[in-house]
Design a protein around this ligand. Structure first.
Ligand code: LMR
Length: 169
C-alpha cells in the first residue's frame, strides 16, 4: 500500500464545474475547453475532472484544488484547446517553468497568462507534486479513461507533505 494523505477538509476547496471522485486517487483530469462526461472520468478512477477555460484564474483554481490534496500526482491535460487563452499549453508551461517576476507564466502563448493569487510556495508545491500528461485536443473518452486507469495502476503514492490551502480572490 502506497502512502496516502488526508486532503483538506472539506476538499475540493474551490467550487467549480468539476466532478469529484476518490480523493485518494493519484489522477486529476483537466478537459480544457471541452465539456466531457466528467462522471465517466471519475468512474474510471480520477479524483477530480473538469474544464479549465482561462490561463489565469482557471489555472489558479485548479492549482488550489490539487495542492490541497497531496494524493494527486498526475494531471491529464485533455479536451480541446481553448482558443485565445491556449489554456492547456499554459498549464504545461506553468508546470515546466513557473512564472516570471511579473507573474507571467514562462512560455505561455495565451493572451493573459498572469498568475496573481498563488504564492511562490504554492507554485513550488504544484511543480513538485504534479507530472502532466499531454492529451491536448483529444476528446476520445476511451483513450482518456484508459490513461486514467494506467496512471492509477502506477500510483507513486502521495507527496509526503500536508495539504496546502491557498485563497483565490
Ligand atoms: C475557468 O477558467 O474555467 C474559470 O475561470 C472558471 C471559474 O470558475 O472562474
Amino acid at each position: 500500500m502506497v502512502l496516502k494523505k488526508k486532503p483538506a477538509e472539506p476538499w475540493p476547496v474551490i467550487t467549480g464545474e468539476y466532478e469529484v471522485g476518490n480523493p485518494e486517487s493519484p489522477v486529476a483530469v483537466v478537459t480544457c475547453g471541452s465539456h466531457l462526461n466528467n462522471a465517466e472520468l471519475v468512474a474510471a478512477g480520477a479524483a477530480l475532472a473538469g474544464p479549465c477555460k482561462t490561463e489565469n484564474i482557471g489555472i489558479e483554481k485548479m492549482v488550489a484544488n490539487v495542492i490541497s490534496n497531496p494524493n494527486i500526482r498526475y494531471l491529464i491535460i485533455t479536451g480541446m484547446e481553448v482558443k485565445g487563452h491556449i489554456t492547456g499549453q499554459a498549464i504545461e508551461a506553468f508546470t515546466a517553468s513557473g512564472i516570471d517576476k511579473e507573474g507571467r507564466i514562462v512560455g505561455a502563448k495565451g493572451a493573459i497568462p498572469f498568475i496573481q493569487n498563488l504564492t511562490p510556495e504554492a507554485i513550488e508545491r504544484w511543480r513538485q507534486q504534479i507530472t502532466t500528461i499531454n492529451m491536448i485536443d483529444t476528446e476520445d473518452m476511451g483513450a482518456i479513461t484508459a490513461k486514467i486507469k494506467e496512471l492509477v495502476a502506477k500510483d507513486p503514492g502521495a507527496l509526503d507533505v500536508e495539504p496546502m490551502i491557498v485563497e483565490i480572490k
